[in-house]
Every structure is written in C-alpha cells, then in structure tokens.
Design a protein around this ligand. Sequence first.
Ligand SMILES: *Cc1c(COP(=O)(O)O)cnc(C)c1O
Length: 427
Amino acid sequence: MQELIARYEQMGISRKVFEYGEATIKNLTDRFAEIDSIAEYNQAKVLSAMQKNRVSAVCFAATTGYGYDDVGRDNLEKVYADVFHTEAALVRPQITCGTHALTVALSANLLPGDELLSPVGLPYDTLQEVIGIRPSPCSLAEYGVSYRQVDLLTDGSFDYDGIRNAISEKTKLITIQRSKGYATRPTFSVSQIGELIAFCKSVKPDVLVMVDNCYGEFVETIEPSDVGADMTVGSLIKNPGGGLAPIGGYICGTQECVSRCAYRLSAPGLGQEVGANLGIMTALYQGFFLAPTVVAGAEKGAIFAANLYEPLGFHCVPNATESRHDIIQAVELGSEEAMIAFCKGIQAAAPVDSYVDPLPWEMPGYNDKVIMAAGAFVQGSSIELSADGPIRPPYAVYFQGGLTWLHAKTGILMSLQKLLDAGLVQL
Ligand SMILES: *Cc1c(COP(=O)(O)O)cnc(C)c1O
C-alpha cells in the first residue's frame, strides 16, 4: 500500500485524495459485484453469437475497392444481429460516428410529408441540426420532414396524454434517446423504453421506433431491440467498439428498416453489398468481444465518481446510490472554472496527450462552447476515459469511459486533486 501511495504521489495525486478514494471504494463492493454479473451475462451472449456464426481467421481479412462478398463484414453484421436479437444489422466503418448512424436511420426511413416525434424532450445536441430544430443545410426539415416533440413531465416521467395527442396520421417514426446526453434528466432503463414503445404502438401500430442507444450498450442484460425498437443505433467509438474499434457505427433492426438504411448509406440498388472493410475487422470483432468487460469498468468508474463527489456537495446525475442505465456520470460543478479543473485532471491522467491543457471551444454541431478532456488512443473515443460538457449552467461535466476500471479510478482521483489544488473543494 505504501508503494502504491508513493506511486500515486509521484503522479501528483496526494495521500489525502487517495485515502478519501479508498474509503469510498470500500462501500461499493456489492454494486461492483452486480456490475460484474451483468458483464458475465453479456460476455456469454457475445461469445455465443461469435461461436454460432463460426467466426474464423477468414473474417479478419482486409478487403478493398467495392468490397463485394466481404465475408468478415457480413458475418460481423450477423454477430451484431444475434446479440441484439434483430433480423438484420448494418455495422460499417463507412458510418463515421454516432450522429451519422442516427442520420442514416432517420433519413432512410422518413419521406417528405412524414413527421418525426420525440416523446422524450429535446434530442442530443448534434441531432438538432440533423432534424432541423436548428436550421441547417440538408436537415430533415429541408427535405419536408416535420418534427414534433413532447417534453418529459417535471418529475422526469413520460407525458402519456401529451404523446397520445401528438401522434397523428403523419407520425411515421418515433425517436427515443436512451441516455441523458447533455441534459440532466435521468437515463431511461430498457424496460421504461419498452413501456413507452408499447404505448406508442398501441396508439399507432405501424409507427416505427428508433432508439438512440449511445452509451447504453451492455449496461443491462437486454437492449432496446429486445423491447420492440425497430432500430437500435449507436457508435463504435463508444460502448460496443470496446475501445478497439477505430471508427464505425451500427444500426440493428428489422430487415426492412436496415435495408433502407443500407440503401441510404451507399446507394439505392447497392445497399449492403458494397463497402470494403479496409482491414479493421479484427478490431471490430475483438472490440465487440471485450465490450461487456470494458463497459463494466467504465460503469464502476461512473459509480465511483458519484460516490466521491456527492458527499463533497456536488449534485450528481445519477446520484451515488440509484441504478444505472448508461455509463455517463454528470457532476454539476457550478462554474466554468471548476469544469476546467476537473477536465484538466482527466486529461493529466491520460495515457495519450497527458501534457495538453483542455480549454473550452466552439465545436461543430454544438450550440454552446464545449470543453473536452480526452487522451485517447482513438481520437474522440468516449469509451476511453473522457469528460466533456457544454459551458452553460449548471456547469455539469459528463464523465464517461475508461478502458479499465483502474484507469478510470486514477482519472477521477486526479480530477479531484485538480479541484483541490485550485481551491474549489475541501477535503
Ligand atoms: C454521443 C452521442 C450521440 C452522437 O454520437 P457521435 O459519435 O458523437 O456523433 C448521439 N446521441 C447520444 C445520446 C450520444 O451520447
């Protein structure tokens, strides 16, 4: 233990912060065991899907050009479809990020005159331009797709009456965001999402439902596709890439929806048949294989952060004790200064770019200045230890990731150290 304390001190983490951390961890044994048991279930689920689809060295071969008959790519899509229990999946390096995957899913399945409904309030920042809530070239609004929104009730629950009234003849697709994103509402559990989907389909049986699953994969034993979502969508540089995927997005869903997505992504008539894998299949398979454990480590980090910061007077969402449905931890720090100190700590603890000082900047797709701390092997990867947040009240940082629990722990201790050094908190 003395050796460890000395090691941390060399890195700039004081004995005081370390010992406060150890006292916090002592109380988390049961919760960590629960997370491990979910990870074990999900590990078995992924393993079974890989075995069933006879993953072999052939699947890791690079393809170039059109990518016709790309066995590795096609088989990975079967593996994803089996894990998500869907008819089909589109898992591609040509999907550049989560926003792109969601854009493909929406624009492939909405036609001029159709209406999109969000029954869970304002969607994630980047989607606001995709939809045209904030006017933007090539938005869905420009293509004649209208948008309606029903906000959550003040207690965070679904406004069922409002949703019933908002669903009309025109409502073609309903978008549900699982994770809180940059909001301070709670993240929905998969079963809550299931109730909402069932309600929407009882009002309009043929309505399509898409779930933005970013940051939610493998946190529970079921996914939105298990409770009626027609499309479940996310990014490979978040949970399902397991930290190894260098790029990519996925859409798992019904054959009809996924085929349309493929036609939108490539071209009508081409669909899933084209798209070379450029030699990244090993990373996509292996990352998916590691994802359940990586997600578990990240979730432990999030719980640790809440239990560390809440007793110091910072409002945490989720709070120190409530159940979790994604890997994000919001900590409301109350000032820009404190956000910068926190992010400096995360950055200083990174394996890559640890010498860089994060500063707020005008990031494309976001309305407010954003600060981001990430010293990641994959640029912008937020399954790796990272913290970010828009510079606006309540000055919340959204902390997530950590390829290992122990690295997440180091980063969080370092963030607290920076707040302490800046005189913004007392231990
Ligand atoms: C990250 C995220 C997105 C967008 O993903 P990018 O890969 O950053 O484009 C969309 N929705 C939610 C809830 C997210 O967390």
